[in-house]
Design a protein around this ligand. Structure first.
Ligand SMILES: Nc1ncnc2c1ncn2[C@@H]1O[C@H](COP(=O)(O)OP(=O)(O)O)[C@@H](O)[C@H]1O
Ligand SMILES: [Mg+2]
Length: 328
């Protein structure tokens, strides 16, 4: 499993410190698809980079740690985010946001693939054997093996994304992080990619961590969800619970903004925007947009509390003993 412990990830900028992720803690289990949701600018990508140990200036980890349990030479051990890079690909892989543009358009897919793996211990098996394995793996994933000889610019967006997923899962890592893996693809292609991810997870019995601002994506494939708002985790629960009886007003807002099939009434949509993370507001960061908020919410920062097993909420109005508003 992965334990995220009191992580704060900041950016140094000329305007000041951007507190992209602040004091975030939660666990990621083996054999699940976890979704990280929230509007753009809430810190999802920064959190993923932190988990992956991909920390580059101006980003830095201001506090906390990420621990990953690995098996090294048959022995179990716990490693921290500072050493995680040694376990990249084999234990943990990462599909970055806008990864379709990460592939170099003028280098054949097979050469980019070799670049990623030849350096590592896979080297032992040799180039041709590696390519044969990759071709077989692509076929397993219902991708024509000819894509290995193609240049990325010859492939459609959906096909490029499938190639990236294939690369990220080729050596069967225990954890696969995917940041907005279907954003910018049309709905039909999206569904294909999501199906591919679900199939892979079942087959590998590993863990996928999927970041998406699109609640529909989470509804389709995740088992459990982590909702982020303005650098904080505001709710965690199994996906079914999130959609049936979420407790945080922000989660409610995200769900209410989803279009519903056969429903022509206008959706409430999302009004307002997350606050700047240069100077996050005190108290609850969602207070300005929240129909439940009162003065206390603007002063007291809510803690993430486990209200029922596996269901965590950070909202003063949901704490035990609080009266429920007439709204409900
Ligand atoms: N390289 C950077 N330099 C300064 N600020 C950044 C940088 N990257 C992201 N941020 C800021 O960090 C916050 C969180 O961003 P990000 O993690 O990308 O959120 P999300 O993935 O949820 O959209 C935002 O306020 C964003 O402007
Ligand atoms: Mg992002």
């Amino acid at each position: 499993m992965i334990r995220i412990k009191h992580i704060s990830t900041f950016y140094r900028t000329v305007q000041g410190t951007v507190k992209a992720v602040e004091d975030v803690s939660f666990d990621i289990y083996d054999n699940e698809i976890v979704g990280i949701a929230g509007e753009s600018g809430c810190g999802k990508t920064s959190l993923m980079k932190t988990i992956y140990g991909n920390v580059e200036s101006p980003m830095y980890i201001a506090d906390g740690s990420v621990e990953l349990e690995v098996e090294d030479m048959g022995a179990k051990k716990v490693i921290t985010n500072e050493e995680i890079h040694r376990y990249w690909w084999e234990y943990i892989s990462y599909i970055p946001q806008a990864s379709m543009s990460v592939l170099n358009p003028v280098v054949r897919v097979k050469d980019q693939f070799l670049d990623s793996f030849l350096q590592r211990d896979v080297r032992a098996i040799g180039k041709q054997a590696l390519l044969n394995r990759m071709a077989a793996y692509l076929q397993e994933l219902e991708l024509p093996p000819e894509v290995l000889n193609s240049y990325p610019h010859q492939l459609s967006g959906g096909m490029r994304q499938r190639v990236i997923v294939a690369m990220a899962t080729f050596v069967h890592p225990k954890f696969v992080l995917a940041d907005e893996p279907t954003t910018a693809l049309d709905v039909v292609i999206q569904r294909g990619i999501l199906t591919m991810l679900m199939k892979l997870q079942k087959q590998l019995q590993n863990t996928f961590i999927i970041v998406s601002h699109d609640m529909g994506v989470h509804y389709q494939i995740t088992d459990r969800m982590v909702i982020m708002y303005a650098g904080k985790v505001v709710e965690i629960a199994p996906t079914a619970v999130i959609f049936e009886r979420s407790l945080h007003p922000y989660t409610e807002m995200l769900i209410n903004a989803l279009p519903r099939l056969g429903d022509d009434t206008e959706r409430t949509g999302i009004s307002g925007r997350p606050p700047s993370l240069l100077n996050p507001p005190s108290g609850c960061r969602f207070a300005d947009r929240c129909y439940l908020a009162d003065e206390r919410c603007r002063q007291v920062e809510p803690a993430l509390i486990e209200l029922e097993p596996g269901h965590f909420v950070a909202c003063l109005k949901r704490e035990p003993g609080e009266e429920r508003s007439a709204h409900e």
